[in-house]
Design a binder for this molecule. Structure first.
Ligand SMILES: NC(=O)c1ccc[n+]([C@@H]2O[C@H](COP(=O)([O-])OP(=O)(O)OC[C@H]3O[C@@H](n4cnc5c(N)ncnc54)[C@H](OP(=O)(O)O)[C@@H]3O)[C@@H](O)[C@H]2O)c1
Length: 283
């Protein structure tokens, strides 16, 4: 994989670039437009937003004004939890597209499974929402559909009722929090995993084991953590507002982590977990 614009083929043949720029907690203003333009200049081709981030307008503006043809970029957005259900999801998708003001979306994700406080209804809520996703996909306004934060017990009932299987599952994934059962299940079912908080929201940067292994390869901890995702076949979505960090996070192809070091990272005790368990989140 020679550059961050190259990627992984989804089940429907669409390619998702292997590194995307995260935009969580980045305000909806020209600062974000500039951050995205800088990233695109460095070779980033994938921007990850969500309706709840409140910044789809600036993401869309950055995409429209960056000077690249639309088909060279990959834009992901996500349906927020209060918009679940068939009709609400269709309406929410239209709002997202109005804010982005781009012709089509590359990937639309159900942000979290319905689960907490919905003991009797969560499966039918997820399945109604997914029906809307299938209809949006059929309309051609999105090139791929998927989910986020779905664990195996959320995926099984969804897959049982789906006409089209999710193409992506976006999960928290980084050294110290691998979610192995869900990742293995997704791999077996041809669902591409993408990694949110691949740097543990920055908390991994000073981790002693990562620092030691990164020094061996003469790379930064962020490069090591992102390369580790790629070697697991997982696309990663680091966020950085800092152009030098963006650059570092894009230079991942001049080294290879040896199997014994992959193993050491894989077997780290749990670390830097966000605490966001999909069955217990309160939003
Ligand atoms: N689907 C979901 O439920 C979900 C949940 C959370 C996040 N996400 C997505 O995943 C993206 C990434 O996750 P995240 O934003 O939580 O955290 P992250 O990417 O793991 O970490 C971001 C933090 O790391 C710092 N950083 C980045 N590169 C660095 C470098 N080379 N050296 C030192 N520090 C560095 C950033 O600071 P600087 O800006 O100073 O570089 C920032 O504070 C989000 O932005 C969002 O798009 C999705």
């Amino acid at each position: 994989m020679p550059s961050i614009a190259n990627g992984f083929a989804l089940a429907n043949g669409v390619t998702i670039p292997c590194i995307g720029l995260g935009t969580w907690q980045v305000p909806d203003d020209n600062g974000l437009v500039n951050v995205i333009h800088n990233a695109i200049e460095l070779g980033y081709r994938h921007i990850d937003t969500a309706h709840i981030y409140g910044n789809e307008r600036s993401v869309g503006k950055a995409v429209r004004t960056c000077g690249l043809p639309r088909n060279e970029l990959f834009v992901t957005s996500k349906l927020w939890n209060t918009d679940r259900g068939y009709k609400s999801a269709l309406d929410a998708f239209n709002r997202t597209m109005d804010l982005l003001d781009i012709e089509y979306l590359d990937l639309y994700l159900m942000h979290w499974p319905a689960a907490r406080g919905e003991a009797m209804t969560w499966q039918s809520i997820n399945s109604g929402t997914w029906r809307a996703f299938e209809d949006i996909y059929a309309s051609g306004r999105v090139r791929a559909i998927g989910v986020s934060n779905f664990l195996v017990h959320h995926l099984v009932p969804l897959l049982a009722r789906a006409k089209i299987a999710p193409m992506v599952n976006q999960l928290e994934f980084h050294p110290g929090y691998m979610q192995q059962p869900t990742v293995n299940f997704c791999k077996q079912r041809g669902i591409q995993v993408t990694a949110w908080s691949p740097l543990g929201r920055g908390a991994l940067i000073r981790h002693p084991l990562l620092t030691e292994i990164a020094a061996k390869y003469n790379v930064t901890v962020s490069q090591l953590a992102l390369r580790w995702c790629l070697q697991h076949g997982i696309a990663a979505l680091p966020k950085s507002l800092n152009i030098e960090h963006q650059r570092t996070n894009s230079e991942l192809f001049h080294f290879h982590i040896a199997p014994e070091d992959m193993q050491r990272l894989d077997s780290m005790p749990q670390c830097c977990f966000s605490g966001l368990d999909p069955d217990h989140v309160t939003f």
